[in-house]
Design a protein around this ligand. Structure first.
Ligand code: 5GP
Length: 178
């Protein structure tokens, strides 16, 4: 692919403000509720998780989980496979799944079911971006950053064939760029 700079869809400033709002909401909701474990879904959530978790005003621990994704393409198969499970014991704890982006919803639905089998006290979800029009399964996002249309986005953790993850904004790669 070329090195053309993706077009800005959600600016760095808008992301910063929205992440601060979500952190405030999560801090309020989980205040006094007991152990909170934030589980980041690799790889795409690593920047969102880092920024969100550092702004919380409540105690929290961090775990990561990895699932199979679309590879280097951009078409969802609907099939989700666990590649790396959480290391710590989450039984009896409040789990907050932190996803980069929800497209069809298959990944998040799978993760909620899988993590519930570890018998946590609760399971909630946070996602920076959702493609509302692409939903194939009904899944609740408790803390959502932004709704976007059905286009492939990169930056702020998100890639296209491993490129663009460290862009500070969320951008769109034009077809002619690839
Ligand atoms: P779902 O299971 O909801 O269809 O897909 C979720 C996963 O697909 C995300 O965690 C992400 O890995 C990938 N994905 C879906 N849309 C995009 C996109 O626009 N950009 C990037 N980088 N990944 C996406």
């Amino acid at each position: 692919m070329s090195n053309l700079t993706p077009e800005v869809l959600i600016s760095e400033d808008d992301i910063r403000k929205r992440v601060a709002e979500l952190a405030q909401q999560i801090s309020t909701d989980y205040n006094d509720s007991g152990d909170l474990v934030m589980i980041g879904v690799l790889k795409g959530s690593f920047i969102f998780l880092a920024d969100l978790s550092r702004q919380l005003k409540i105690p929290r621990t961090i775990e990561f989980i990895a699932v199979s994704s679309y590879g280097s393409g951009s078409v969802s198969s609907g099939a989700v496979r666990l590649v790396m499970d959480v290391r710590g014991n989450i039984e009896g704890k409040h789990v907050l799944i932190v996803e980069d982006i929800v497209d069809t919803g298959h990944t998040l639905k799978y993760l909620i079911g899988m993590l519930k089998s570890h018998r946590p006290a609760s399971v909630k979800t946070a996602a920076l971006v959702r493609k509302a029009e692409s939903a194939e399964v009904d899944v609740t996002i408790d803390y959502l950053g932004f709704d976007i249309g059905n286009e492939w986005v990169v930056g702020y953790g998100l890639d296209y064939a491993e490129q663009h993850r460290t862009l500070p904004y969320i951008g769109v790669v034009k077809p002619t760029d690839t």
